[in-house]
Design a protein around this ligand. Structure first.
Ligand code: HEM
Length: 200
């Protein structure tokens, strides 16, 4: 159960941190929500049409995969991985940020920038069929079966939270501390404090 709820919950914590850290991102999300649904409550099918929201979620899961590692995979026959020989019966765990922050794969990987997927000309294939540049859900036969459901939930939650509320740091003017801490998932080291104002 923790693999279902904590991954999604952790993602939302980093979402709020990032939109507080960068009010322009929050404005872009809000403007897109307004132009897509106006004052109507967001629904699943609306979220699919929102290109900026989708780019934001891609960037979020690149920079903050909820787990540092995929689940342990056992090698059933001799294999080669990144130039290394892996003998049968070896347990392999993949360090996910090692891929999603690799400067050989990404321009300026430390920078949080949803626009890299829009005007920046970068793309990513979540299923890994045309290459692997990030894998927050794993890839291949054991890819997370909750991928679609989690993506819908995360998109919808962000859209509704931004549609209804304006988020800012607390105390006012404080800087968001992006330090990480490993629990079951990778959470914020210092819990996020936020001011939440209803949009009226
Ligand atoms: C943002 C949300 C989520 C993320 C980032 C995530 C990530 C992952 C990762 C990295 C794996 C390991 C894949 C591998 O080792 O190759 C995994 C496995 C799994 N996930 Fe998720 N997950 C999320 C949400 C969910 C949800 C909502 C469900 C169920 C409704 C779910 C169900 C599972 C199951 C059952 C496995 C084990 C699959 C297997 O071993 O064959 N996950 N997930």
């Amino acid at each position: 159960m923790k693999g279902v709820t904590d991954t999604t919950g952790t993602t939302i914590e980093w979402v709020i941190a990032r939109i507080i850290e960068n009010p322009l991102i929050q404005t872009k999300l809000y403007d897109e929500i307004k132009s897509t649904v106006g004052d109507k409550a967001m629904e699943e099918k609306d979220a699919e049409k929102m290109v900026y929201l989708n780019a934001f979620v891609k960037e979020l899961l690149r920079k903050h995969p909820p787990t540092y590692f995929s689940l342990t995979h056992a090698v059933t026959e001799p294999a080669k991985l990144a130039g290394y020989d892996i003998p049968t019966d070896t347990n392999v765990e993949i360090f996910l940020p090692g891929i999603s922050e690799d400067p050989k794969l990404w321009k300026d990987p430390a920078r949080f920038d949803p626009d890299r997927f829009l005007t920046g000309g970068e793309e990513v294939d979540m299923m890994g069929t045309s290459g692997v540049k990030k894998m927050p859900f794993g890839i291949g036969r054991r890819i997370c079966p909750g991928l679609s459901m989690a993506t819908v939930h995360v998109n919808l939650m962000i859209a509704r939270m931004v549609q209804e509320f304006e988020w800012s740091g607390y105390p006012e003017g404080s800087k968001v501390d992006m330090s990480e801490k490993l629990e079951f998932t990778v959470v914020m080291k210092n819990s996020l404090r936020a001011k939440v104002k209803p949009r009226v």
